[in-house]
Design a protein around this ligand. Structure first.
Ligand SMILES: [Zn+2]
Length: 199
């Protein structure tokens, strides 16, 4: 079967899309597993939650996990594996998902393409290399252009250095076009609107 990558910047409703896809497959009587790499602890241990308020329990994939080992049932029984926050998968885990897709299970990965500096995540890089189909989920910069950067900011200052992933961190991110990303400052009206925005 096919391996898909649905990618987009922060706030592009990836998680809501993942949860709706899961619902529609299960509604048709298909067996679906919702998975999530464990590095992201934003919403508690194993909860996948979209900003619109949809949430579900996910099976956690630890950094050294084999995908087949974390599934409660044999992998052949699943029609579809949906992975949220797929950018945090390891290269080996993406390779395993590719094998699983080759053996007859749909694999749908949802995640960010690049980090706050614009560098590909390890998992995203490998998915881009191996996926049958790439689908962009578009989100807008406050200026109205398409957002491609995930700016990390503190106060209203955009940060241009730091670790790719801050475990347990409380960083703020905003999806921006490249031109706004380079300005170094997030406009105050964008910050005000952002706190009201739901995804
Ligand atoms: Zn912009």
């Amino acid at each position: 079967m096919k391996m898909y990558f649905y990618y987009g910047a922060m706030g592009s409703s990836k998680t809501a899309n993942a949860l709706m896809t899961r619902f529609s497959w299960e509604d048709k009587g298909k067996k679906v597993a919702l998975l999530k790499p464990s590095i992201d602890n934003r919403d508690g241990v194993d909860i996948v939650k979209s900003r619109a308020g949809l949430m579900a329990k996910a099976i956690l994939i630890y950094p050294d996990s084999n995908i087949c080992d974390v599934l409660p049932d044999p992998v052949e029984e699943y029609d579809n594996l949906i992975v949220d926050e797929a950018q945090f998968l390891s290269k080996a885990q993406v390779d395993e998902l590719r094998e699983i897709a080759d053996h007859g299970t749909f694999v749908m990965c949802y995640g960010l393409k690049a980090d706050f500096l614009g560098n590909l995540f390890e998992g995203s890089k490998r998915i881009l290399e191996l996926a049958d189909s790439l689908r962009e989920i578009v989100t807008m910069c406050p200026c109205g252009k398409k957002a491609i950067m995930n700016a990390r900011y503190s106060g209203n200052r955009i940060l241009y250095e730091g670790e790719q992933v801050v475990v347990g961190g409380n960083e703020s991110y905003m999806a921006l076009c490249h031109r706004c990303y380079k300005k170094g400052i997030i406009p105050s009206e964008a910050l005000e609107n952002f706190t009201l925005e739901t995804d």
